[in-house]
Ligand binder design. Sequence first.
Ligand SMILES: [Ca+2]
Ligand SMILES: [Ca+2]
Length: 428
Amino acid sequence: MKRLSATVPSALGRPLSCGAAACTLLLASFAFYTPSARAQPPGDLELVDLGHSFATALAMRHAGDGSGRLFVVERDGTIVIVDSSGALLPTPFLDITSEVDTFFEGGLLGLAFHPDYASNGYFYVSYTRDGTGGNSLETVIERYSVSLGDPNLANVGSAVEIFTLGQPAGNHNGGDIHFGPDGYLYIGLGDGGSSSATSQNLTNLLGKMLRIAPCDIPSCKDPYTIPPDNPFVMMRGTVPEEIWSIGFRNPYRWSFDRDTGDMLIADVGQSTVEEVSFEAADAVGGLNYGWNCREGNIAGPGNGQPSCTGPTFVEPILTYTHTLGCSITGGYRYRGCIQGLQGTYVYADYCQARVFFGTETSPGVWSASEWVNLPGSVFGFGEDEDGELYISQGGSVARFESESDCGGPIFDDGFESGDTMAWSVTTP
Ligand SMILES: [Ca+2]
Ligand SMILES: [Ca+2]
């Protein structure tokens, strides 16, 4: 087990270096920032490598079954288990590499355990496979069951196809899926990649967040039904009833706040700005997040995109420009044991591997700082059952830890084995 030796204190709380004029909104938000108004990341905050190699880990999930296992989603089509002792199990939980097409931005992109997984053994995957009818890829949502008799092995023959959608191009597939606090399955979809005109087009599922009620009994007439309070059920026949919200470019990684049920949606920008949007847990759906009329907080993003008037758009809570990266990797609002990170939204840039901390400095007002600039790329984040946070650099996964701020060692299960290493870190 290796531990990060340098805890990069010099990077703590470093404000985003927004030299560009395009950063004015962020700088303005710093005017509301008062250090005493928020928790501070502890000085010994570090990233502790799990000590295993992964085949491009895109997501880390837990089953909510009290087992303490971490399920690591690998892009090639495997899900592997790091058990509660910190061991990587030799046999994958699921292997659907023969189904998955990793062309361009494709792959096994999402995993969501059913809220009642402990009793029904159902989980859902989101991946891309070879497209048909001229499509480069096809988005697939499938339900699987855990095998009878072995909790560490899925029944690969149990697959039930829930949902499919053609992807006209290999990029902008979205692909993250999560169950909301309402028990419904949310599916984030990018604009498809070949044309951004899909996102504002209410007849098209691309560029949308979907909300469905997947069948969770052994035999169903339909693989899923429409939640009765979905925002467009009154437009049945005109607008697909699966749509929950619109105006996304590529919501590659997004999450629910496990404490509040709020959604934090990171949407990958085009050539100028990356963004995080917030949707309150009590939102009624039908919101428009802007693309391709807006890129982040910019109207009329150019590069062939229109300048729109008319609709009301939800503005992002956090943005950064491409001086600091090129593609946002959404994370989580931290709810683990590290007191100084409570409520902090942790996210990163894929290309420059900068890790950012976003904090709500007053209701609805957020600011961000860069914690550390890692080498390589940041592919995804995940939470374990205790709310502890993980970050993936593709081949390696590390956990955020602070012994001082958790009242001593937080894990007594073998993760704390003392020999340490860490992700090599360069301060920004
Ligand atoms: Ca696509
Ligand atoms: Ca937006």
